[in-house]
Design a protein around this ligand. Structure first.
Ligand SMILES: Nc1nc2c(c(=O)[nH]1)N[C@H]1C(S)=C(S)[C@@H](COP(=O)(O)O)O[C@H]1N2
Ligand SMILES: [Mo]
Length: 519
């Protein structure tokens, strides 16, 4: 007796458990190779590379900081779907199933050996996982229909499926166990063996020899603004391609500075800490940010001025680009002239008085005030090559983004929130931030509906490298829908453009507008 639903269920189970065991075993082995070698991570990384640039942009826009969880969920779903298919094919013919699993494995292996900054051993978890998946399928199939199953399936079409019920149940239980324990346990073990938190907690930052200008930001009452001058760590935006966050050990970390230089230099973490330290407030912004978006944050960074190091290595006059690389193979190219023009471009080791958070680049990242992150802020940095724009294109530039990425003047209304209700006749604080790093913001104005532009109060700032909080008390008029628009002037007196441009390829422009209902 073999009904179609039953046949489907058995096939699905066969496929899902074979794939599950493959992944579970792969995750456990990855804990001994390295987390970046996990089969799911290598496939995910390849997906990021294969995804067309417009889809990537859409994903960052749509999911922001959650883009990675969305991708991983998608990968699990696709694997599950394909696994069911392989299981159903296996019911027709065991060889079909085995070939299916082997193809899975081959794709995983291909992803492992083509990953950025991959190592030869990265293929091992996928390889052993695939073998485990093949064994699982073979064994479970055996208990399904040990004798002449293939012939029976082809000629009869519907062989009795559960030839050895007990053996099948046992096999299913074992495979489920390996899937669940291997999958979750493997991930936990990877985290346990590779977590850099303890190393980070052990770091003692040297005192900066040059502290930032005192900020007068707190002199104003900006308490009502939902956006504080310093972004709390938990809400500091995060944008990167790292599916598995690099866990680097500062004891073995090294930075190599090479290329068009007179003397190559290899720096250790201790050597970096021994150099003179500066501490500066810097607002970091992502080029993918839409008008009114939240991919911009402000922190106090501590580090070593990059220009000093570049002078020490004797950077060649023709080297107009610095390509920074991370441990996971990201490349970020910055214009040398900008890094050397006297601004506080730095190799940062600290953020808000603590060692860099792991997700923000521990142990060392680059920060260049005035440039978008994709052309300046390499996290988990391990290499800087002095080269030229003509010779090399960094990761995002290969995807079509502008090779040079100066931040564009922008302003945002943070309160009231758009589409909320305000009380007619009351005075409501309209407040937000405006930024034009390394140029500075000199004025912010707000307009209600088609009325005149009103000057907002500006908070003081420690330098031109941060955003500026602004506040305008609004006496809410009569009931109805009102539109609030904000615009800023830079320190040169130039007005923010109202022309709307998408983030791609050089940063969004246009004025932030919200509507509120007064009643
Ligand atoms: N290694 C690495 N560094 C990176 C990236 C990345 O994907 N990998 N993304 C860059 C981009 S696009 C931005 S906007 C900033 C974001 O830094 P944050 O995540 O600390 O806010 O990091 C930059 N540095
Ligand atoms: Mo970015």
């Amino acid at each position: 007796m073999t009904s179609a639903p039953r046949r489907f269920a058995l096939g699905a189970l066969l496929g899902l458990l074979s794939a599950g065991v493959a992944i579970g075993v792969g995750e456990v082995i990855a804990a001994f190779v390295r987390p970046a070698a996990s089969p799911i991570i290598v496939v995910g990384n390849r997906m990021i590379v294969l995804t067309p640039e417009p889809v990537k942009r859409w994903a960052i826009h749509e999911f922001g900081t959650h883009d990675k969880s969305v991708l991983l969920t998608g990968i699990y779903l696709v694997i599950a779907l394909l696994a069911v298919l392989v299981g159903l094919l296996a019911l027709r013919r065991r060889t079909f199933g085995l070939v299916g699993i082997a193809l899975f494995g081959a794709f995983g292996g291909y992803c492992a050996v083509t990953a950025n900054a991959h190592r030869g051993s990265d293929v091992v978890p996928t390889l052993l996982g695939t073998v485990a998946g093949l064994v699982t399928l073979y064994q479970l199939f055996g208990s399904l229909n040990p004798a002449g199953a293939e012939a029976a399936a082809v000629t009869v079409g519907r062989p009795a499926l559960l030839a050895d019920r007990r053996k099948f149940l046992q096999g299913t239980a074992v495979a489920t166990g390996v899937t669940v324990v291997g999958g979750f346990g493997g991930r936990a073990l990877q985290h346990n063996r590779y977590d850099a938190s303890a190393a980070r907690a052990a770091v003692r930052l040297p005192a900066p020899s040059s502290a930032p200008e005192a900020s007068t930001a707190s002199a104003y009452d900006f308490g009502k603004s939902p956006i504080p001058f310093q972004t709390p760590e938990a809400s500091f935006y995060r944008i990167d391609t790292a599916l598995s966050v690099p866990q680097l050990n500062p004891k073995t970390w090294k930075l190599r500075i090479h290329g068009m230089v007179d003397r190559e230099l290899v720096l250790t973490y201790d050597q970096l800490l021994a150099r003179p330290q500066v501490e500066r407030w810097i607002t970091l912004a992502c080029v993918s940010n839409y008008v009114g978006g939240y991919l911009v944050s402000n922190a106090k960074f501590q580090g070593v001025l990059l220009a000093d190091l570049l002078r020490e290595v004797g950077i060649g006059p023709g080297a107009d680009q610095l390509i920074a690389s991370s441990s996971d193979g990201m490349t970020i190219g910055s214009p040398t002239a900008v890094v050397m023009d006297g601004r506080d471009a730095m190799l940062a080791i600290g953020m808000n008085g603590a060692p860099l958070p792991i997700e923000h680049g521990f142990p060392v990242r680059m920060v260049v005030p005035g440039l978008y992150g994709y052309v300046s802020a390499c996290k988990w940095i391990v290499d800087i090559e002095a080269t030229t724009f003509a010779r090399e294109r960094a990761y995002w530039v290969q995807g079509g983004w502008a090779a040079k990425g100066p931040v564009r003047l922008a302003s945002r209304i943070d309160t009231p929130l758009g589409s909320t209700t305000v009380k007619a006749g009351s005075t409501v604080p309209v407040a937000g931030v405006a930024w034009d790093q390394h140029v500075g913001v000199s004025a912010v104005q707000v307009r209600v509906d088609q009325g005149g532009w009103q000057d907002a109060k500006l908070a003081g700032v420690p330098s031109t490298d941060t955003w500026r909080q602004w506040l305008w008390p609004w006496t809410v008029p009569d009931a109805g829908v009102h539109t609030l628009t904000v615009r800023a002037f830079d320190a040169k007196g130039d007005l923010q453009t109202a022309d709307q441009a998408d983030p791609f390829p050089a940063g969004a422009t246009g004025l932030h507008t919200i509507t509120v209902q007064s009643r």
